[in-house]
Design a protein around this ligand. Structure first.
Ligand SMILES: Cc1cc2nc3c(=O)[nH]c(=O)nc-3n(C[C@H](O)[C@H](O)[C@H](O)COP(=O)(O)O)c2cc1C
Length: 198
């Protein structure tokens, strides 16, 4: 309508980090589905999600930091984390906690200057009987020191091994109800990110 300008929402860049290195990972399947929802004709406009691979990162060892510099894969990872406006974590639960590879990645990007500081985040998980819930709550605790701001709701815990099937044999999310709930997580992260940017 003439005279009524509709302000476009700024594009939010989300870095997605998966705690599983497994090829057919269900958690990476959640991230792939989130990427699809935010792309092209997907239902979530205004967000771009990039999966940031943590597999090339060495085990954290501060001896690898030479003259204040980081090994090349760590440096590349830190830059991607720093550039993002928000984060989406998807981690399996390993022995009632977040996965070792995810904690390693988080620790590398936390070395000064802390790349995570003052950014919004969401966490989802797929796993056994609690759907990875205990990993989520440990990650939220780690996020306190990182100065991450997690959205509280909605929560998404995917019980990967309960019927109906949630994933196909390649780890792609196929369950419509889980897709809908994942979409609600993304919309909540988007709204919270925009609020923090005001
Ligand atoms: C070392 C290890 C520990 C695990 N511990 C738990 C656990 O405490 N709780 C749980 O629900 N599942 C546990 N699992 C199962 C994984 O969370 C489950 O297989 C999940 O699907 C793996 O995620 P992914 O499909 O993204 O690789 C464990 C798996 C491994 C390899």
């Amino acid at each position: 309508m003439e005279g009524l300008a509709v302000a476009a929402k700024p594009m939010i860049k989300v870095a997605a980090v998966c705690g599983s290195l497994r090829k057919g990972s269900y958690n990476r399947g959640l991230i792939r589905s989130a990427i699809e929802m935010c792309g092209g004709n997907g239902p979530v406009a205004g967000m771009q999600i990039e999966l940031v691979d943590i597999a090339p990162l060495p085990f954290l060892n501060t001896d690898l930091e030479v003259d204040g510099g980081f090994p090349a894969p760590v440096d590349a990872f830190r830059k991607k984390i720093l550039r993002a406006n928000a984060y989406l974590f998807a981690s399996p639960e390993y022995n009632y906690s977040l996965s070792g590879p995810l904690k390693n990645a988080i620790d590398w990007a936390s070395r000064a200057p802390n790349c995570w500081a003052d950014k919004p985040a969401a966490v989802v998980s797929a796993g056994g009987n609690f759907g990875g819930g205990r990993a989520q709550y440990h990650l939220r605790q780690v996020g306190v020191f990182l100065d991450l701001h997690f959205i509280n709701k909605p929560e998404l815990f995917v019980h990967a091994f309960q019927p109906p099937p949630k994933f196909d044999s390649d780890g792609n999310l196929i369950d419509p109800d889980t897709k809908e709930r994942l979409k609600q997580v993304l919309l909540s992260l988007q709204a919270f990110t925009l609020r923090l940017q005001q």
